[in-house]
Design a protein around this ligand. Structure first.
Ligand code: PLP
Length: 372
């Protein structure tokens, strides 16, 4: 099948660096190089100062894999493969799927989570999150109905981009039991894990609780370091990690040497970095609640349970794409409409991880004031 353009990435490519304000960025306020290096313990600082810009070990720097493994309960360093997050989605799908397989993908979703399976001539059924007055909901019955004799893989993304949805522990356990009963592999995109609004809501990683699970995570969102391009796959299934590694020889072969050392420093400071980002998000959620309450005739807001994004509904008379276009033209403010996620019903994404969130909302306020 021909490659379909990645709508969200093309939209950002067109506007991200020309719009003055971003209301829909999914990452947290990026850390600076000096800020990160300041956190380095002497041994890691020495790794940085003596760094040789040679090729690196294909599965990832051993110290980096060891630091990643510490984030999990049942994952050893050799059950971790370092890769760029988007690359990791690609190589995992190529390793998990064959043409003709059927895949169920939690939706709305980051496009590649479904699209790569489509390129591979697999059939894809979205498992749709449903909006309710109390927030986003998942219906396990819908998953059951989607199942066919060809279903091989269930793709999850908790916390979800773009809705901020996170299931309760009992629902999560029921999903894992369902997958086990039907012998489905699970690809779990956990890029926004650790950013729960309340630590008690945090779910275990699929890599820890499911023997046929493979988890994706990385430094782009929860660690505020998207420019490092460091992510990883973790799975109890060593053969699967090995197949992904074989595939990586056809994508990047190995990772960037400086990024790996900076990644080690970041992971050695997980608590501090994640805490910083949670605080930014918590403060921005309070600002958003106040703002959207003031404008409740225009936007229906539900605060996310986890992650750095939310997906409110536009209540205005024109379609949400037109609203986003006119805010871009009049206020130089970029907003991502829900059609970028193939999701109907006039939703748009709000990013809660940036420090200038309040300032960006002032521009939306001006826009609303000019369009009474
Ligand atoms: C859910 C999800 N998975 C994966 C990625 C890819 O991460 P990266 O852009 O760092 O490759 C993103 C990026 O927005 C994402 O939102």
């Amino acid at each position: 099948m021909p490659v379909t353009p990645f709508r969200l990435e093309r939209y950002f490519a067109k506007h991200e660096f020309s719009a003055r304000y971003l209301l829909s960025a999914s990452d947290c306020e990026s850390l600076g190089m000096a800020e990160l290096l300041q956190m380095a313990a002497p041994a890691s600082r020495a790794l940085w100062d003596s760094l040789n810009l040679a090729y690196t070990e294909s599965p990832g720097h051993p110290l980096l894999r060891a630091e990643v493994a510490k984030l999990y309960e049942r994952i050893a360093p050799d059950q971790v493969l370092i890769a760029v997050p988007e690359e990791a989605i690609y190589i995992a799908m190529r390793s998990l799927l064959s043409p003709g397989d059927h895949v169920v993908v939690l939706s709305p979703a980051y496009q590649s989570l479904a699209e790569i399976a489509r390129f591979m001539d697999c059939s894809v059924t979205p498992w749709m999150l449903e909006p309710t007055a109390a927030g986003w909901k998942l219906d396990l019955g819908q998953l059951e109905q989607s199942l066919t004799a060809q279903t091989r893989l269930l793709v999850l993304n908790f916390p979800n981009n773009p809705t901020g949805y996170l299931p309760a522990r009992a629902e999560f356990d029921a999903i894992i039991s369902f997958a086990r009963k039907h012998q489905l592999a699970i690809f779990a995109d956990e890029m926004y894990r650790l950013l729960e609004s309340d630590g008690a809501l945090q779910l275990p990683s699929v890599a820890d609780v499911y023997e046929r699970g493979i988890a994706l995570s990385g430094l782009s969102k929860s660690f505020a370091l998207p420019g490092l391009r460091i992510g990883w796959l973790a799975s109890q299934d060593r053969q699967l990690i090995e197949r992904c590694l074989e595939f990586k020889d056809y994508t990047t072969i190995c990772n960037s040497a400086p990024a790996e050392i900076l990644g080690i420093i970041a992971l050695q400071n997980t608590v501090q970095i994640v805490q910083r980002n949670r605080e930014i998000i918590r403060a921005n959620i309070a600002i958003a609640e106040q703002f959207f309450n003031k404008h409740r005739n225009r936007v229906s807001w539900v605060s996310p349970k986890a992650g750095s994004v939310a997906f409110p509904r536009w209540l205005g008379t024109q379609p949400v794409e037109q609203f986003c276009q006119s805010v871009l033209e009049e206020q130089a403010t970029l907003i991502v409409p829900g059609n970028m996620f193939d999701f109907p019903g006039n939703y748009f994404r709000v990013g809660l991880g940036r420090k200038n969130f309040g300032e960006v909302l002032e521009h939306l306020d001006e826009y609303f004031a000019a369009h009474k």
